[in-house]
Design a protein around this ligand. Structure first.
Ligand SMILES: NC(=O)c1ccc[n+]([C@@H]2O[C@H](COP(=O)([O-])OP(=O)(O)OC[C@H]3O[C@@H](n4cnc5c(N)ncnc54)[C@H](OP(=O)(O)O)[C@@H]3O)[C@@H](O)[C@H]2O)c1
Length: 335
């Protein structure tokens, strides 16, 4: 089979011929039709990720069809030929509050989805919602799982609540908008670009503001008719402080990333006087993943695909994500 591998930090990914894996007991061989990129893949290539082991096939997101079962696959596993997507959160463990020490994200160190075939234990191979194409299905798992847990399991977003999602150009952020809109929340966004705010409105956001404008918090609170019950962020850094002002008394701020680095200033009084909850979130449990699939199926949610590249042009796809010009997920089509 062909697979897109990273050999060393700072190198371009290389398409090469690899042995097709064979499923062991309890495992399924999936023939992948599409894979999607995450910022994680760029961070690994740049050497900005913990525990990098190379060479490795990158990619956490994939959709395709079941090729074969290994021995002793559970009877309720998707049948040979079924359209499936993959849960990229491997070995979460028994505690729904936090992942176990050996939890990993699919795609480094385990071989990832930028390949024609992948073998995984049956429990991570889930039915692809019928209304989604393979490209749309590949766009869902990592971003959708992260957005679902942050919004609902951690921040407990309720219908009618005012929600702010920062940096809506991000893959997780846009899915957070779509999921929260589907659950009846009043969703607002920030972005670097007016065009991305307008596109978020096409997916149900009420409106938004550029985070690089002066006094954006005050202006946005006026636009939205009040401060925010829930804020979903992944920028962190110096951009985090203003979120304390954007939060309503009793508000919840949940974050799953630190794109801008450490938070330099966090005045305790703003947190305790406003009774704020600041919540961290990472990926999600198998239950979060199945709840995500149920919500996506019930509400007919379609993940947004920014651009589709052939597998052989994976390096160009990584550079598009690095440049930050995307809206929605960058996808690889696998022949
Ligand atoms: N813990 C987890 O489970 C988990 C899972 C997935 C991702 N992450 C992390 O979450 C972050 C986003 O991941 P992603 O894959 O969604 O990345 P992405 O698609 O590359 O999105 C990054 C986005 O950050 C936004 N941004 C930049 N500066 C900002 C600022 N000052 N204020 C608000 N937003 C700003 C930009 O939004 P605009 O384009 O709108 O300007 C940009 O599109 C990364 O740090 C990633 O490592 C963590």
């Amino acid at each position: 089979m062909q697979a897109l591998q990273l050999d060393a930090i700072g190198q371009p990914v290389v398409l090469r011929e690899m042995p097709t894996p064979t499923p062991g007991p309890g495992e399924i061989l999936v023939r992948l039709h599409a894979a999607a990129l995450n910022h994680r893949d760029v961070f690994i290539q740049e050497g900005k990720y913990a525990g990098i082991r190379l060479p490795c096939t990158l990619g956490s997101d994939g959709a395709g069809e079941v090729a074969t079962h290994g021995p002793d696959v559970p009877a309720d596993a998707p049948a040979v030929g079924a359209r499936v997507l993959l849960n990229p959160g491997l070995r979460w463990g028994d505690n729904p509050r936090a992942q176990a020490r050996d939890f990993v994200v699919l795609g480094m160190p385990d071989p990832g989805t930028f390949a024609e075939y992948i073998v995984l234990p049956a429990q991570y191979v889930r039915p692809l919602p019928a209304h989604l194409s393979f490209a749309q299905g590949a766009a869902l798992p990592l971003a959708g799982l992260t957005a679902y847990r942050a919004a609902f399991t951690r921040a407990q977003v309720q219908a009618g609540e005012r929600v702010l999602v920062t940096g809506v150009g991000g893959g997780v952020a846009l899915l957070a908008v779509q999921l929260c809109v589907a659950r009846g929340a009043d969703v607002w966004v920030t972005s670097s670009a007016d065009e991305k705010i307008a596109r978020a409105q096409e997916h149900g956001a009420r409106g938004g503001i550029r985070y690089n404008t002066e006094n954006w918090v005050k202006t946005l609170i006026q636009l939205a008719g009040g401060a925010f019950d829930v804020i979903i962020d992944s920028a962190g850094g110096a951009a985090f402080g203003p979120l304390l002002d954007a939060a309503a008394p009793g508000g919840r701020i949940v974050f799953f990333g630190g794109t801008l680095g450490n938070i330099p200033d966090l005045p305790p009084a703003k947190v305790f006087w406003k009774q704020l909850s600041i919540l961290g979130s990472t990926m999600g449990t198998p239950q979060d993943f199945d709840d995500l699939l149920a919500l996506v199926t019930e509400k007919g949610i379609v993940p947004v695909v920014d651009e589709v590249f052939p597998l052989a042009e994976g390096e160009a796809a990584l550079r598009r994500l690095e440049a930050g010009a995307q809206f929605g997920k960058v996808v690889l089509k696998i022949a």
